[in-house]
Design a protein around this ligand. Structure first.
Ligand SMILES: NC(=O)c1ccc[n+]([C@@H]2O[C@H](COP(=O)([O-])OP(=O)(O)OC[C@H]3O[C@@H](n4cnc5c(N)ncnc54)[C@H](O)[C@@H]3O)[C@@H](O)[C@H]2O)c1
Length: 359
C-alpha cells in the first residue's frame, strides 16, 4: 500500500509539531504540503522539514523508517482550501485556530478528504452539529478529533482498569489541568473552550456517558491575569448516569504543565498524572521535574494518535474520537460559557444522537 500523503493546515505550535511528527516519526505517511495564513512560517517549516537529517544529506532520496523521504520536498500552498483540494494530498491535519475549523472541515468533506482536526471541532454547538450532519450524509466517517488524551498510555490504562469493573462502578472523577502560562490573549472563554474541553472529553470517554449539566465556578483570579479574566476556573460536570466529574483549570499556574486525573470507584480509586519520573536528590533539593508544556507531557499520546490515524485512514476508517465527540464537547463548552457568565448550573442542549446519526 502506498504512503498516505498528508497536508498540514496551520503550522503554529501544534501544527508544526504534527508536521514534524508526520515527516520524521510516522510510518506509512509522507508530509507533502503545508499551509498557513503566515506564509513565512509555512516556508520556514517546509524548508526545515525538507532537509533531513537536519543540516545534511539534502538531495539524497534515502528513506528513514517512516515519513518523508530524505530530500523530498514539502510544498507550501498559499491558500489552505487549495491544499485541502489538492490531488497530491490524501489526508489533512487541521491545526489552524478553532475559528476557521468549520470552513476547512466542510472543504475536507466536499473533497472526500480524511481529516484529523485539532480540538475544538468548531467554535459553537450549532456549527459542530452541521459538520456532524454533513459527514453523516456522506455515509462515511472522515473526521477524527484531536482529543489526544485518549491515546496517552496512562489515560488508556485508567480507561482499561475502569472498564474491567475490578473497582466496581466509577462514581466520581477529579481532574487538574494546569499550564505554566497562557499569555494575555487567552481569555476566560478560551479556558473553557480550548483547555477545559479536554476534561469534557475525558469525562465523556471514561464514563461512556454524555454530560447533561455543567457549573463553572470562578474562584479569586490570580493576580498575573488582566481585569475580567477568570483564571483559575473550577467546573463540575454532571453525567447522564448520575456520576460527577470536577476539574480545576488554571492556565497561568507559573510553575509548569500538570494534568492529573483521579477516578473514585466503589472499591478503590486510581490516579494518573503524578509525574513519577526520575526522582533526584541534588543541590539541597529532592524531587523530579515538571513538563514545560503539553508537547512534552503528551508527546507519546500525539505520536500514537497520529500513527493510529494514519493506519486507520489507509484502511478507510477512523480510530479515535469522531465528529459526534467533537460536537458533544462543543455543546458542553457552550453550556459552560453560559454558566461562566451566569454563575449558575446550565443544562447541556444536545441533539438526539439517534435522530442525527440513526444509531
Ligand atoms: N490537542 C492539544 O493538546 C492541543 C494543544 C494546543 C493547541 N491545540 C489546538 O491546535 C490548534 C492550533 O493551536 P496552536 O496552539 O498551534 O495555535 P498557534 O496560534 O500557535 O497556531 C495557529 C496557526 O494557524 C495559522 N492560521 C491562522 N489562520 C489560518 C487559516 N485560516 N488557515 C490556516 N492557518 C491559519 C496561524 O498563522 C498560526 O501559525 C487549535 O485548534 C488549538 O486548540 C491542541
Amino acid at each position: 500500500m502506498s504512503d498516505l500523503r498528508v497536508g498540514v493546515v496551520g503550522v503554529g505550535v501544534m501544527g508544526a509539531d504534527h508536521a514534524e511528527r508526520v515527516a520524521r516519526k510516522t510510518s506509512g505517511a509522507r508530509l507533502v504540503a503545508v499551509a498557513d495564513a503566515d506564509h513565512g512560517r509555512a516556508e520556514a517549516l517546509a524548508a526545515r522539514l525538507s532537509e533531513w537529517p537536519a543540516g545534511g544529506e539534502s538531495g539524497s532520496t534515502a528513506r528513514h523508517s517512516g515519513g518523508t523521504a530524505y530530500g523530498e520536498g514539502v510544498r507550501v500552498v498559499e491558500d489552505p482550501l487549495e491544499l485541502i483540494a489538492a490531488d497530491d494530498v490524501d489526508a489533512v491535519i487541521l491545526a489552524s485556530p478553532g475559528s476557521v475549523h468549520a470552513e476547512q472541515l466542510f472543504a475536507c468533506l466536499d473533497h472526500g478528504k480524511p481529516v484529523l482536526c485539532e480540538k475544538p471541532l468548531t467554535m459553537d454547538a450549532a456549527s459542530a452539529l452541521q459538520v456532524v450532519e454533513a459527514e453523516h450524509k456522506l455515509g462515511r466517517q472522515l473526521i477524527q478529533v484531536g482529543f489526544m488524551r485518549r491515546f496517552d498510555p496512562e489515560y488508556a490504562a485508567l480507561k482499561q482498569l475502569l472498564d474491567s469493573g475490578d473497582l466496581g462502578r466509577t462514581l466520581v472523577l477529579h481532574n487538574v489541568h494546569r499550564n505554566k502560562s497562557a499569555g494575555p490573549a487567552f481569555r476566560s472563554e478560551m479556558i473553557v473552550r480550548d483547555s477545559m474541553v479536554h476534561e469534557v472529553d475525558v469525562a465523556r470517554w471514561l464514563f461512556d456517558e454524555e454530560i447533561t449539566r455543567i457549573t463553572v465556578h470562578k474562584p479569586k483570579p490570580t493576580s498575573v491575569v488582566g481585569d475580567g479574566v477568570f483564571d483559575p476556573q473550577l467546573a463540575v460536570f454532571e453525567l447522564a448516569n448520575g456520576a460527577i466529574a470536577d476539574v480545576e483549570v488554571f492556565v497561568n499556574f507559573q510553575v509548569g504543565y500538570e494534568v492529573r486525573c483521579e477516578a473514585v470507584a466503589e472499591r478503590g480509586s486510581a490516579t494518573i498524572g503524578l509525574g513519577s519520573g526520575v526522582f533526584t536528590r541534588a543541590g539541597e533539593r529532592w524531587g523530579g521535574t515538571m513538563p514545560a508544556d503539553f508537547r512534552t507531557r503528551f508527546e507519546q499520546a500525539y505520536d500514537v494518535e497520529v500513527q493510529r490515524w494514519v493506519d486507520a485512514t489507509r484502511r478507510g476508517e477512523i480510530d479515535g474520537p469522531g465528529a459526534w465527540d467533537g460536537y458533544a464537547a462543543a455543546a458542553v463548552c457552550e453550556a459552560g460559557l453560559a454558566s461562566l457568565s451566569s454563575g449558575t448550573p446550565v443544562e447541556v442542549a444536545l441533539a438526539d444522537r439517534g435522530n442525527v446519526l440513526g444509531t
